[in-house]
Design a protein around this ligand. Structure first.
Ligand code: 13P
Length: 255
């Protein structure tokens, strides 16, 4: 982390876990454990949990995020949720383009870009996910793929809007598998993302953008991953469902 240049952000991504009452209980448990954080603390929760999560997090340093956003303002888009709906519910962050959405729900680089623009235009902070599959890594395409996904996601995003963008590098092969990228692999991947931003916005701007690592980050490996210069935080799946583990990661990012 380079805390003098960019904010450290630890964000939980609960995915499809926790009912509203469970969300409330988990946040109540987390609040005292992360109260002294010297990094931004975010929990991205299922849509249905948002009201309970916002209520439970009130008055604390925990910010609430959604796991997706639609790019149209309203209309015939069954099952989708708009920026206005999320705004009114008290959401501040939105995860966009998670590999599970790309893999299972037809998310493409184009729709990731549209969702990113919708989120930024509505004043949210966007956590945009990129990452290579094992096959792409083994073929030697990691750098090309990460740069392509980053640039596609940021098409038509202004330098001013970029201040509200966080990129999460999540190698698909490390998500939910217990296989973590090594700290050097995470640093390298995050570096490719930063290089892509530098190509589009200049090196000075790229140095200010928070780039998270995600993929089996946990209480045991967070310290080492976060010690790397290009790793400015984490997007945490499984370990964000356990208050104590999540708090240990927040502490690691608070150093
Ligand atoms: P895990 O931490 O469970 O591997 O999930 C990472 C992730 O996908 C966060 O968005």
């Amino acid at each position: 982390m380079k805390k003098d240049l960019r904010r450290a952000v630890i964000a939980g991504n609960w995915k499809m876990n926790k009912t509203p009452s469970e969300a409330k209980a988990l946040i109540e448990e987390m609040k005292p454990l992360v109260a002294d954080a010297k990094c931004d603390v975010v929990l991205c929760v299922p849509f249905i949990d948002i009201p309970a999560a916002v209520e439970a997090a009130k008055g604390s340093n925990i910010k609430i995020g959604a796991e997706n956003i639609h790019f149209k303002a309203s209309g015939a888009y069954t099952g989708e949720v708009s920026a206005d709906m999320l705004k009114e519910a008290g959401v501040e962050y939105v995860v966009i383009g998670h590999s599970e959405r790309r893999q299972y729900f037809g998310e493409t680089d184009q729709t990731v870009n549209l969702r990113t623009l919708a989120a930024l235009n509505a004043g949210f902070k966007a956590i945009v996910c990129v990452g290579e599959t094992l096959e792409q890594r083994e073929l030697g395409y990691t750098e090309t793929l990460l740069k392509y996904q980053t640039k596609m996601a940021l098409t038509n995003v202004t330098a001013e809007q970029l201040k509200n963008v966080i990129i999460a590098y999540e190698p698909v092969w490390a998500i939910g598998t217990g296989v973590t990228a090594t700290a050097d692999q995470a640093d390298e991947g995050n570096g490719f993302v930063r290089a892509a931003i530098a190509e589009s916005y200049g090196a000075d701007v790229a140095e200010t953008v928070t780039v998270q690592y995600g993929g089996s980050m946990n209480a045991k490996n967070a310290d080492e991953l976060l010690s790397k210069v290009n790793v400015d935080g984490g997007l945490i799946g499984g370990a964000s469902l356990k208050a104590e583990d999540f708090a240990i990661i927040v502490k690691a990012a608070s150093k």
